[in-house]
Design a protein around this ligand. Structure first.
Ligand SMILES: CCCCCCCCCC(=O)SCCNC(=O)CCNC(=O)[C@H](O)C(C)(C)COP(=O)(O)OP(=O)(O)OC[C@H]1O[C@@H](n2cnc3c(N)ncnc32)[C@H](O)[C@@H]1OP(=O)(O)O
Length: 251
């Protein structure tokens, strides 16, 4: 365990994550984590809904999570205790993800589902949980790709990697600029991601220029020894009038 924690510390230290000295955190099991802190952006209000039983929060350990995923999750959960990091709940409907103020302009549809949550079987699709650090303008996603995300035999499909990167960077952009859309996403695929492995997707907003948010991201293995992908992205804050027109055209 100590060796794994040390490797994890090295992996996260690449981006200077705090509080990750080997053995700094105790280990918990999937059945026994502390109740997660309720996050602010991008989905604090939805967490309340979840507690009322309105929506299931999927960004919590389940039986498919590997020990690496659980260890990493528990270490991040420890980092939420001082309030700098917040766990982002995850729901089937995108409207449960976004801040209340943004929700007002959208009508919730029952026949749609967030792409990341399109596979029901535990462990078969996107197993992930994201953590937000508002002051660092950063979102880190712990991602365990399941067997239905296969591309090359035994490895995650490039589209699934793009999806989790877009969603992680997108969550970061939303936390910085509210209503945004991806205008550009550029990914260098460096090493394939084995199905069932756990990777860290570490995204950061580097610069905001008017309505443009520039972000970057690295996807790497838990031990920090393998860089799987690197990405840069441009998100555009939606112009209110154009956003209304776009919304009207898809209803
Ligand atoms: C787990 C929870 C997940 C939650 C997060 C989900 C994240 C998922 C995000 C997505 O996947 S969104 C879906 C994919 N993206 C789209 O479908 C967007 C399609 N494109 C558009 O709708 C519009 O092109 C867009 C809103 C992006 C921009 O249109 P606008 O009319 O608002 O922008 P405009 O053309 O006025 O340009 C504004 C500025 O951005 C610049 N710009 C726009 N598109 C660009 C581009 N592609 N590359 C470089 N620059 C660009 C443009 O030059 C200009 O720069 P300046 O202000 O300096 O003049």
């Amino acid at each position: 365990m100590w060796r794994r924690c040390g490797a994890l510390g090295r992996a996260l230290a690449l981006r200077g994550l705090p509080g990750l000295a080997p053995g700094a955190a105790g280990r918990r099991t999937a059945s026994g984590p502390s109740p997660p802190a309720r996050p602010g952006l991008p989905c604090g209000t939805a967490a309340a809904g979840s507690q009322l039983g309105q929506s299931k929060d999927y960004a919590l350990p389940n039986a498919s999570w590997s020990q690496d995923m659980l260890d990493l999750y528990n270490r991040f959960l420890d980092m939420t205790k001082d309030g700098l990091w917040k766990r982002i709940p995850s729901y089937n409907n995108i409207l449960d993800h976004i801040p209340e103020s943004m929700k007002l302009t959208y009508e919730k549809r029952k026949d749609t589902r967030l792409f990341l949550r399109s596979i029901d079987a535990e462990g078969a699709g996107f197993e992930y949980v994201m953590f937000l650090n508002t002051s660092e303008k950063r979102v880190v996603c712990l991602f365990q790709p399941g067997s239905y995300l296969e591309g090359h035999p035994g490895f995650a499909h490039g589209g699934s990697i793009a999806t989790i990167i877009d969603s992680t960077i997108g969550s970061c952009a939303i936390s910085v600029a509210g209503k945004v859309m991806t205008a550009n996403l550029s990914i260098d695929y460096v090493n394939p991601v084995p199905l069932g492995s756990v990777v860290l997707v570490d995204s950061k907003a580097d610069k905001v220029e008017g309505r443009k948010v520039f972000l970057s991201c690295k996807m790497q293995s838990v031990d920090g020894n393998t860089l799987h992908a690197e990405a840069t992205a441009l998100f555009i804050q939606l112009d209110a009038t154009k956003a209304q027109k776009q919304q009207a055209s898809c209803q």
